[in-house]
Design a protein around this ligand. Sequence first.
Ligand SMILES: Nc1ncnc2c1ncn2[C@@H]1O[C@H](COP(=O)(O)OP(=O)(O)O)[C@@H](O)[C@H]1O
Ligand SMILES: [Mg+2]
Length: 276
Amino acid sequence: MATRGETGEQAAAADRGRFITLEGGEGAGKSTQAQRLAGHLRERGLEALVTREPGGSPKAEAIRELILSGVVAPLGAAAEALMFSAARIDHLDAAIRPALARGAWVVCDRFADSTRAYQGALGNLDPRFIRELERVTVGPDRPDLTVMIDVPAATGLARAAQRRGGAPDRFEAEGLAFHEALRRTFLDIAADEPARCVVVNGEASPDEVERQIWAAVQERLPLPGSGPQPKPVVRDAQRRKEQGAAHPKGDERRKSGDRRKSASSPARASREKSAP
Ligand SMILES: Nc1ncnc2c1ncn2[C@@H]1O[C@H](COP(=O)(O)OP(=O)(O)O)[C@@H](O)[C@H]1O
Ligand SMILES: [Mg+2]
């Protein structure tokens, strides 16, 4: 709801939901914790959308099948990164942006950091290619908070094997060295972007990991009604500029739909500063 002196767009930005991503290796506990986090948000009366990548929308789930079956792998890391990006474009358009616009909190199991890690660092792709892909697919809708669930690769792989029972998918089938490098890459991303990322120890019990994540969310993203919130800052002009460049439809989307009242986020402001 707009208060006196606030522009419509500022009010819309304040009513937007929050975007949280969970990242980490296979078996780190992302899917487990995505559900638990959504439970906490719902207890607070918030709408929470739990979604995942690759996938999260019907078209993106179709692409997921292709990628995880391994038929794209022989085409190389660049082709794989493009397939992930194609899926991400639809996932954002069909699920994530509409949810955020109506004030829902989105909890996404893997997102762009997985592309940076799997296809970028481990596929030896030029980081500029990955950054550009991220810019044109994600645009200004980068996560407000990214939780890196950190476990030793061997621990995560053992958990994943136990859970699965059957044959490993395209990425689970990679060797231990690959998964250890993956873990280091996620930690490097977190170290590079401390305003967006938090690392939690995934070796702790599921309940303890849940507690750590919920504490981080409460600290980084003030929940609606949890005290005085910072006013929206000049970032709106910056966001319009980014939307103009990367997502001409973004403004249009923001104008429609009802929006729930929610907090403005310091993490979001700092994230705008770290835009590539
Ligand atoms: N903190 C934990 N400690 C022990 N086992 C866990 C923990 N978190 C999840 N698991 C178990 O490990 C397996 C993989 O967890 P999951 O959430 O599916 O991981 P991911 O989605 O990161 O691959 C599941 O069987 C899950 O029950
Ligand atoms: Mg999972």
